[in-house]
Design a protein around this ligand. Structure first.
Ligand code: FMN
Ligand code: SF4
Length: 617
């Protein structure tokens, strides 16, 4: 498991019980080695408010508790040592950020202070002392974060290092800081403590590190004492590739790992959208790398390794590469789009005293999760779904190009619900009579939502449908399509249509498109729309749909008539389906409303709603 920040620590850098529980769960799940999230070696290098500290000896006790807990389940614990350099802000590190050169990070834009030579020496010692603490705490290795545009990477890269002294200019000078860290640490921890270096073999920015140079850097690091290399990519300026989302290929950085492996003798770790055990095995068999790091897939399902070992991959809750996790840590603690238990691993839930009969109405993500958790707690669960397949909006969500893997989540739930003995009644609408017939002890209303629509003038010749209808069946056709609404649904349906060669125009009242999606995903979606010639009009709304044209209005109040469309796809939000709610009030049993039926939202909210309510039963 590669290092992944959780923000579960305290603001003064202490490891919390919930953090220990989070990692212990992944150790129980069978991870061979866990690289703990990046921790700062010096306060000036803090990059998150709740980042864990390794800058003084009080950290030893924390890491010791963590290591003991992880070791109980046979996993190795590796600490990742970091200094953010310019990739932080004054708000977090309390002073002007420091860096090799006073060049701001293009994303954060704060001008850093150039480090003086004696300060560089001080920071070398900070890394070495932090490594010593980690060793004292009983951890099995350290990983120096020399990747992703943080301080060491800033020294390595001409993108951020323009010094004219012995730490800048030539490659040998730029690699000096990293070499000194390794040499100084090696002198303090001895020969038998593994020192791993994580590098960005390609920064994927103009003027940044490229593979050719990184191969030489890799050799220099090994000469200076690196025991293994962990090959990643990017920095903040290339954030859209760093943690590869569903628009990027699986194993997107494997060519980098292979190229580094061919020039060094030490083990090489590959990372980046490695989602299945088959892929991991193929990497090892093909000698592409010596070790495989699986990150988000272990957030989504901590038992991924254990399930893979017993060839039960159909039991794995799939990571969707939806990047809600990375988006979440910029605002608070880590959450996962598909795993509502993330961060709650240490929580002791009150188990139900008696098994009850639960009726779940609706087989979308919230209903599926509620049924899964309730059945797992020993309740008898019956689930009604009016369509003849499970998934609800997940079906439409898996249609846009690149999002096909969302269908795996439906397969996961189908498998889980069957295994747990949930009675699934497909193609059956649940009404008050059905509820009376089933005689449940509680009802969970997961009836979802319907698309908000716009009304057209009688006799309009244009076909009008919701984005969901279009995504569920591309045979609806249409060649010249107006998409009304440029939120995630509108942008995705535009992408879906554009790759099918349609002429697509999207209008959106706000100034942004695909708002609400994680930034890395929005970036790729916007690029795709541009490349496929989709016309995007911001600050525009539709006032009326006439027989052959539409009346549009912009922010300045100007109105005009636009035509030439044969189809209008509406993506302006959704309304909860509440039909049964009033009738159910007649019953004396508890009724819980979850997911879109409670308030339209995204998959993450629906799943956490389902999980929460099932535990409250
Ligand atoms: C929530 C989150 C936090 C991350 N934090 C770190 C970190 O602390 N240090 C680091 O080197 N990489 C970090 N990463 C990057 C991961 O280590 C890994 O390179 C990336 O997720 C790609 O691997 P995957 O596709 O298996 O998830 C983080 C990724 C995520 C999703
Ligand atoms: S939030 Fe999305 S990308 Fe992150 S672990 Fe969960 S499913 Fe995977």
């Amino acid at each position: 498991m590669p290092a992944m920040g959780t923000n579960l620590g305290t603001s003064d850098g202490r490891i919390t019980d919930s953090q220990i529980a989070y990692y212990t769960e992944r150790a129980k799940g069978g991870a061979g080695a866990i690289i703990f999230e990046n921790s700062y070696v010096h306060k000036s290098g803090k990059t998150m408010f709740n980042m864990v500290a390794l800058d003084d000896d009080s950290a030893v006790a924390d890491f010791s508790r963590l290591a003991d807990s992880v070791h109980k389940y046979g996993a190795k614990l590796i600490a990742q040592l970091n200094h953010g350099g310019r990739q932080t802000s004054r708000d977090i590190c309390r002073k002007q950020p420091i860096a090799p050169s006073p060049i701001p990070c293009p994303v954060l834009r704060e001008i850093p202070r150039e480090l003086k030579i004696d300060e560089i020496g001080m920071l070398v010692n900070s890394f070495a002392q932090a490594a010593e603490r980690v060793q004292k705490a009983g951890c099995d290795a350290v990983e120096f974060h020399m990747a992703h545009g943080y301080l060491v990477c800033q020294f390595l890269s001409p993108f951020s290092n323009q010094r004219s002294d012995i730490y800048g200019g030539s490659l040998e000078n730029r690699v000096r800081f990293a070499r000194e860290i390794l040499q100084c640490t090696r002198a303090q921890v001895g020969d038998n403590f593994p020192l791993i270096c994580r590098i960005s073999a390609d920064e994927m920015v103009p003027g940044g590190l490229v593979l050719e140079e990184s191969r030489i850097i890799a050799q220099r690091l090994v000469e200076a004492g690196a025991s293994a290399l962990h090959v990643s990519a990017c920095n903040y300026a290339s954030y859209a590739w760093n943690i590869p989302c569903y628009y990027l290929d699986e194993g997107v950085f494997l060519h980098l790992a292979a190229a580094i492996k061919s020039v060094v003798e030490v083990p090489v770790i590959a990372v980046g959208r490695i989602l299945t055990a088959q892929k991991a095995e193929e990497i090892l068999q093909n000698n592409t790398a010596d070790l495989v790091a699986v990150g988000r897939a272990l957030i989504a399902d901590p038992y991924w390794p254990e399930k893979s070992f017993r060839a039960a991959s159909n039991e794995i809750r799939p990571c969707l590469s939806c990047n809600q996790c990375i988006e979440s840590i910029s605002k608070g603690r880590v959450v996962c789009g598909v795993n509502a238990d993330v961060g709650n691993e240490g929580k002791s839930w009150t188990l139900p005293e008696t098994s009850r009969k639960i009726l779940v109405i609706g087989g979308g993500p919230s209903g599926l999760e509620a049924a899964r958790v309730a059945a797992g707690l020993g309740h008898g669960v019956v689930l009604y779904e009016k369509k003849n397949r499970l998934g609800g909006l997940l079906q439409a969500a898996s249609s846009p190009p690149g999002k096909e893997s969302f269908a795996k989540l439906i397969t996961y739930y189908e498998h889980q619900l069957n295994k747990l003995g949930v009675q699934i009644k497909l193609g059956q609408e649940c009404c008050l009579k059905t509820v009376r017939f089933e005689k449940p002890d509680a009802v969970i209303m997961a009836t979802g939502s319907t698309a908000r629509m716009l009304f057209a003038e009688d006799g309009t010749r244009m076909r009008i449908m919701s984005s969901e209808e279009m995504l569920n069946d591309a045979r609806h056709g249409g060649e010249k399509i107006l998409v009304v609404g440029g939120g995630p649904e509108g942008a995705e349906v535009a992408d879906f249509l554009a790759v099918r060669g349609k002429s697509v125009t999207v209008i959106e009242m706000k100034n942004k498109f695909a708002f609400g999606l994680p930034t890395s995903i929005r970036y790729h979606l916007e690029q795709k729309l541009k490349q496929n010639g989709v016309k995007l009009q911001r600050g525009v709304e539709v006032l009326r749909i006439l027989k052959e044209t539409v009346i549009l209005k912009n922010r300045a109040g100007r109105q005009w008539e636009a035509g030439g469309f044969d189809t209008i796809v509406i993506a302006i939000g959704r309304n909860p389906v509440e039909d049964l709610m009033e009738e159910l009030k007649e019953l004396t049993i508890p009724v819980y409303v979850i997911g879109d039926a409670r308030g339209p939202g995204r998959i993450k909210g629906a799943i956490s709603d389902g999980s929460r309510v099932a535990r409250e039963l």
